[in-house]
Every structure is written in C-alpha cells, then in structure tokens.
Design a protein around this ligand. Structure first.
Ligand SMILES: *Cc1c(COP(=O)(O)O)cnc(C)c1O
Length: 402
C-alpha cells in the first residue's frame, strides 16, 4: 500500500474555497488566447493618417474579422485614431459593423452578384464595388424602387487580373452608369498586385509603376468627370512606398495592425504590432534522455530534459508546418517548441529554463519584454505570408482586448 501521509493538502495555492458563481465561466485567459492592443491600432491609424497627409483619406481595411484581430474593436480604434472609412470583403462583414453601431462609410471590396445581396447592401448603407454594367443595372433598379440613390465605387483592373473592368472599358462604362440616374458613382479604384515584393527598393517597383500609369491614363480619359470621384489605388505597400500612389484615399490593412508589408523595409514610421498569441503551461514533466515526444516521435530528447505541455495547437491556428521550428518567450527568455504540433497541444523544451511552472504564460507571437516574435518569423519557417498567419487564428482562441 502506498503511504498517503506524505501528501500535503494544506498548500495554499491548492486549497479550494467556496464556489463563486461568477467564476463558473472560464476566464478567457485560462488556456490560450489572442491579445489585442487596441491602443496600438489607434496609434497606427494616427501614424498612418499623419503620414499620408490631410488631403488623403485613410480607409482602415478590416476584412476577415480585421485580419483576426476582431472587426468591431479594430474599426472603433482605427476611427478613433483618425481613419475616415472602413473596407470589408463581404456583405456580412459590413452588416456586422453596422450592427456594432458604426456609422462611417463602408466599402465592400468583394463582388456582390445577386439582387438580394445588393439590396441588402443598399439597406445597410454599404457601398458595393462594381466591375461591370450587369451589377450597375441591378443597383439602379434597386435604387429606383426605393427612391434613394445607390452609392457605388467602380473598380478597374490595372494588372491584378482579379476584379474590375478592363482599362479600355472604363470610359464607356462610366458614360452608361451616368445614364442610370439612380446610381451615384462616388469612387473609382484599382488594386496593386506586387507592391509589397520590391518595397525594399527605394523606387516604385516596375510593375507597380505600370499599374500607376494605367490608372492615371484611365483617369485622364475621364476629363473633368474624375474630379467628382474618390480615386484610390494603394494598399499598405503602395501607401508606404510612394505618395504618387496615394490619390484621394489609401486602403490600409497590414500596416494598421503594426507590420511592414516587406522584409527589411526601412521606415521611421512608429507602427506597433497589435496582436499577441499567448498560452499557458498545463503540465511540466521531466523525462530521460532518448525519450520520443508527441505524435510520430519526431523529436527525441538528447539529454535528460524538462518539458512543458502548452494547451494550444493547430486547431487554434498554429500551423503544424511550424512543428519543431518555433520558440516561445517567457519573460524574454526563448524556449524551443519540440515534436509535432498537435490539434490542441504542443510541447516546449524548458530544460534551460527549469523554473517554469504549471499555469505560467508563454508568448508564442508578439512582444514579450525585449523579445518580439513577428508573424514574419513564422512565415520564414513555414512558407506563407504575414497576412495568412494573422487571419489563421480560430475563434476557439478568445480575443482579449487590452
Ligand atoms: C485587402 C485589401 C487591401 C489591404 O491590403 P494590405 O496589404 O493588407 O494593406 C486593400 N485593398 C483591397 C482591394 C484589398 O482587398
């Protein structure tokens, strides 16, 4: 019979007090979470607004739940910082922001194709992007039936080869749209395809220059008509690379969240990364040298080791491709992740930081003291781009706004 007498039940940290009803819902910080610094978003919005100058509008792009940061939080912080309008990808994203009480202009960057969607956009006062006459006619009919003008922006394809009418169609299309008297065409825009690629160069990259020239030519062909339109072209990379790309408005996503869209981009802009991914240690173990860790035993300990199990996995959005490649920070000390990242858990080797205890918090992404683990670090290791890393975090991870 094992002796029970050695168990100390009086350890203060382990004693259980009466149930407090308020504690029945778990603290969002109890397992793993995404922490959003709303002041950082506000700062970045202010910094970007100052950078583009007072004659240019700032559209905060908050599609895909604001790149995983939480659309409502980011939209409000960005507007507080000086953003003028919001950009979303889908109708539902626009409606979500209206339901959150936001009153500013909201442009839907995706293509709405059927009457029901366009009617819904009309009712919610969302601006659709139009690429051709088909949707323009639907919009006109909706507006006519409801005795109110339908505000739209027209998209022109200058080289992205995605949405937009072709450059040589624009003039004729606008003539037709102007003939549809219930439509109010308020903007014309295009989208840059490779502005981020060569941002390290001090000059505008060649293809971006070609897109700029095409866009300018289109505008020129409109004569005086263009003066009544909000003209916009630049994403984050375009915004940061050259003011000739700014026109009347810039549409900024990535940089609003605190990142530069290219590696090694030199800038004085004080952008602050707004997102952190944190998770708690759920178990600390000691194992012998030569012990296989996790599914597939992809890692075997090279020494007697101390391991920390952390409750976050690929179901939370940490790519399995990062297995054995990343580190996490605890108080500025980096500990390596070892073995395969599993659906809900992963393991860190804390042999060199043996004082780590159950319940302590590791920072997997973001700033922790002197250490900054950037989405770019993960991209370099797993072959993706920061945009994808940011919007990969699932809703199982609570968003905690600080
Ligand atoms: C997503 C998007 C943007 C923002 O791009 P970033 O590179 O994140 O700044 C701008 N314009 C359009 C049309 C987009 O789809």
């Amino acid at each position: 019979m094992p002796s029970m007498s050695k168990i100390d039940k009086s350890d203060k940290s382990l004693t259980f007090d009466a149930i407090n009803e308020n504690k029945l819902n778990p603290d969002p910080r109890s397992r793993a979470w995404v922490e959003i610094d709303s002041k950082a978003i506000e700062n970045n919005s202010r910094v970007l607004k100052k950078f583009i100058g007072k004659d240019c509008f700032l559209m905060a792009v908050v599609k895909a739940d604001a790149y995983g940061h939480g659309a409502e939080t980011v939209a409000k912080s960005a507007l507080n910082g000086g953003a003028d309008s919001l950009g979303v990808a889908t109708l539902e994203e626009g409606i979500e922001l209206r339901n959150a009480g936001l009153k500013c202009q909201i442009l839907i960057l995706g293509n709405l194709i059927n009457k029901e969607e366009l009617y819904s956009a009309f009712c919610w006062d969302l601006i659709p992007t139009i690429s051709g006459i088909r949707e323009a006619i639907i919009c006109n009919n909706i507006a006519e039936n409801n005795h109110k003008k339908f505000v739209i922006h027209l998209k022109v394809d200058t080289g992205m080869t995605r949405l937009g009418c072709s450059c040589n169609e624009v003039k004729e299309l606008i003539d037709k749209i102007d003939y549809l008297e219930n439509i109010s065409l308020k903007g014309i825009y295009s989208h840059l395809a490779i502005a981020d690629k060569d941002l390290e160069n001090t000059n505008i990259p060649n293809f971006t220059k070609i897109q700029l020239t095409r866009f300018e030519k289109v505008l020129e062909s409109l004569g005086a008509r263009k003066r009544l339109l909000c003209k916009h072209l630049a994403n984050s990379a375009g915004t940061l690379s050259d003011s000739r790309l700014h026109f009347d408005m810039v549409r900024v996503g990535l940089s609003l969240y605190g990142y530069f869209p290219a590696n090694n981009f030199e800038s004085d802009l004080r952008l602050i990364p707004a997102l952190k991914v944190k998770a708690r240690v759920t178990l600390v173990r000691e194992v012998e040298k030569g012990t296989g860790v996790g599914y597939g035993h992809f890692f075997k300990t090279q020494r007697k080791s101390k391991l920390a199990v952390v409750a976050i996995g690929y179901a939370d959005g940490v790519s399995r491709n990062l297995s054995g490649k990343i580190s996490a920070s605890i108080g500025g000390f980096l500990v390596p992740q070892v073995g395969a990242i599993a659906m809900d858990q992963m393991v860190f080797d804390i042999t060199d930081k043996p004082d780590i205890k159950t319940g302590q918090v590791l920072t997997l992404l973001g700033t922790d003291g002197e250490v900054f683990i950037s989405p770019q670090n993960w991209c370099d290791l797993s072959g993706t781009i920061p945009w994808e890393v940011l919007c990969s975090f699932r809703n199982r991870l609570p968003r905690v706004v600080t």
